[in-house]
Ligand binder design. Structure first.
Ligand code: ADP
Ligand code: MG
Length: 251
């Protein structure tokens, strides 16, 4: 069985079928993009995969366990990290403190048996390691509120990493960023995925980014998977070209 298995998910909102028999499998360490036009069902799928929504039918299995239908805080504990919105950053706290709080709460949730003093020292080291990973080590003392949009996004990723996820789910991680910031963020995610063996599932509008970083791509249209494969398979898929990508990926 794959690391992450989405099987025959159906989700309706009233009379609208947002997801119709959606299935996909993601292997450990894979970088997977989920693309499709606005309203295709990408965010709904993310919400089902992270426990914010229960599917009407079908199931999501992660690391051998069924996770669909369980609440978001328990999904996080199973090892699925989801990017937080900017509003989840504490603006008056420093960069360091934001990650520290996330780590303390992670350790508390996992009932770490460490003494408080030892815990404190280890948490400090862990915070610095995570900040190093996302390239914010030098700004550890800055107030989160003065960071650029791109750096806030890095901080958001750092906070998510503090929960020690095995799978990172990012719904439009580069929304609102300049092209330069988008590229930097994506390069960072790729580096983290490689260095930490982290599985990454994300949605993204910019096709250069999608085709530049993904190992596999799932294409959704009107709640259905119309294609699933490697970037070159997706590029060559006539249905995808017709339905969605159009000229955007023309060679
Ligand atoms: P995407 O992220 O691909 O743009 P969404 O998953 O946000 O698409 O939306 C899929 C469809 O479901 C859209 O038609 C949207 O209007 C509808 N939808 C999403 N969330 C809700 C909701 N909470 N209530 C009603 N309709 C919703
Ligand atoms: Mg969306």
């Amino acid at each position: 069985m794959a690391f992450l298995e989405v099987r025959d998910i159906v989700k309706s909102f009233g009379g609208l079928r947002a997801l119709q028999d959606v299935s996909l499998s993601v292997e450990k360490g894979e970088i997977r993009a989920i693309i499709g036009p606005n309203g295709a069902g990408k965010s709904t799928l993310f919400n089902v995969m992270t426990g914010l929504l229960s599917p009407d039918s079908g199931e999501v299995r992660f690391d051998g366990e069924r996770i669909s239908g369980i609440p978001p805080h328990r999904v996080i504990r199973k090892g699925i990290g989801r990017s937080f919105q900017i509003t989840n950053i504490f603006p008056r706290m420093s960069v360091f403190e934001n990650v520290q709080v996330a780590l303390f709460s992670h350790h508390r949730e996992n009932r770490s048996a460490l003494s408080l003093a030892r815990n404190f020292r280890e948490v400090t080291d862990e915070v610095l390691a995570i900040l190093g990973l996302v390239g914010l080590a030098e700004k550890f003392d800055s107030s989160a509120s003065v960071l650029s949009h791109g750096d806030q996004k890095r901080l958001e990723i750092a906070i998510t990493l503090a929960c020690r996820p095995k799978l990172l789910m990012l719904d439009e991680p580069t929304a609102g960023m300049s092209r330069f910031e988008s590229r930097e963020t994506i390069a960072l995610l790729q580096k983290i995925s490689r260095e930490q063996g982290l599985t990454l599932v994300f949605t993204e509008h910019d096709m250069d980014i999608v085709f530049g970083i993904s190992e596999k791509i799932t294409v959704l249209q009107q709640g259905m998977v119309i294609a699933d494969g490697t970037p070159s398979e997706i590029k060559a898929n006539p249905e995808v070209r017709k339905a969605y990508l159009g000229e955007e990926i023309a060679e």
